[in-house]
Ligand binder design. Structure first.
Ligand code: PEP
Ligand code: MN
Length: 340
């Protein structure tokens, strides 16, 4: 249920409604808007209905929320898109485009610093890089771990770019939150609900990737796991899904972008690298993502993709990154967005 307060409702009236709802044991979220405050009550709708909130001072109306995802729903958030800053870079909100770029995995100090500098110079908003890698085979390289996080932190110092890195296991959560500006939840862990709850409590923004075989409804319910822990800075990432098509690594579901824009207030970025698995497709898919209204991109970049430890075939050449970014920026500009 969503309780919409009247524009003239006082702080005491808002608090009285919040406290009344909280007594029933449902999850309560107070969302001050420009004109009115809305109070989300997520849980047993019957019990909330029995409270007779319509009669309380300052209440304008009580609206049922019918969707299976509650906190991520645009119904709950007054239809105002969520936007937030990461080290001065705006994510979401409709006027900026966020370019997150870097290697699949952190490999060495020299390569990390070189790619970071190349993407910074090319106009990237943030640096990505995996220190803990989810690998399909247990015998593949699993990342440098904490040493990788330290290299990313050094690259941030050198370039000023905030860092996005994946949390694979709750045991590394504190370390990850210390070194990374944005915590990534990978596609394979989208439905690892215990990990989502840990990530949601870290006090960092979270980039949540869509599961390989997950519906968009399931993605938004996974986002609810983060939001209910008090993590309000969540960005969703479409990274391709499993279909019968095998020509590309995954099938990039670009329709998910405008669909998500209709159904959630959260920002949406697109990862064309993991979807395509082929660098030649990354730029056209990136332009398409900008054209369907994505809030940004997550792309893999390497100095020498032939030598990359992981995902070389889909990595953009670092030397081509500036031209790539300019092309994408031109498409984002058609929708009134500038690189953040
Ligand atoms: C990644 O971005 O490093 C990654 C492993 O992607 P995904 O979780 O989408 O497979
Ligand atoms: Mn990768």
């Amino acid at each position: 249920m969503m309780i919409v307060m009247a524009p003239q409702a006082s702080a005491d009236e808002i608090e009285a409604v919040r406290a009344r709802v909280a007594e029933t044991g449902v999850h309560v979220l107070v969302m001050p808007g420009e004109l009115t405050t809305a109070i989300g009550a997520v849980g047993d709708p019957e019990r909330v209905r029995e409270l007779g909130l319509e009669g309380m001072a300052g209440v304008d109306r009580v609206v049922p929320i019918s969707r299976p995802y509650k906190l991520a729903s645009s119904e709950l958030a007054h239809h105002e898109p969520t936007s937030f800053e990461v080290a001065g870079r705006v994510v979401g909100g409709g006027t900026t485009f966020c370019l997150i770029a870097g290697p699949c995995t952190v490999e060495s100090r020299a390569s990390t610093l070189a790619v970071a500098e190349a993407v910074r110079a090319g106009g990237a908003s943030m640096l990505r890089g995996g220190a803990f890698k989810p690998r399909t085979s247990p015998f593949a390289f699993k990342g440098l771990g904490v040493a990788g996080l330290e290299l990313l932190a050094e690259a941030r110092e050198a370039t000023g770019l905030p860092v996005v890195s994946e949390l694979l296991d709750a045991q590394h959560s504190e370390e990850l939150a210390r070194h990374a500006d944005v915590v990534q939840i990978g596609a394979r862990n989208m439905q690892n609900y215990a990990l989502l709850e840990v990530a949601g409590r870290l006090g960092r923004p979270v980039l949540l990737k869509r599961g390989l075989s997950s519906t968009v409804d399931e993605l938004l319910m996974a986002a609810d796991y983060l939001l209910k822990e008090g993590c309000e800075r969540v960005v969703l990432c479409e990274r391709g899904i499993r279909t019968y098509e095998t020509a590309t690594r995954f099938t990039l579901d670009l329709s998910a972008v405008p669909w998500l824009k209709l159904h959630t207030h959260l920002p949406v970025v697109v990862d064309p690298s993991h979807a395509a698995g082929d660098r030649r497709l990354v730029e056209p898919l990136s332009r398409a993502a900008a054209a369907v209204g994505a809030d940004g991109l997550l792309v893999e970049v390497h100095e020498d993709p032939a030598e990359a430890v992981c995902d070389g075939p889909q990595a953009l050449y670092a030397r081509d990154f500036a031209a790539f970014a300019a092309s994408v920026a031109a498409h984002a500009a058609l929708l009134g967005r500038t690189l953040s």
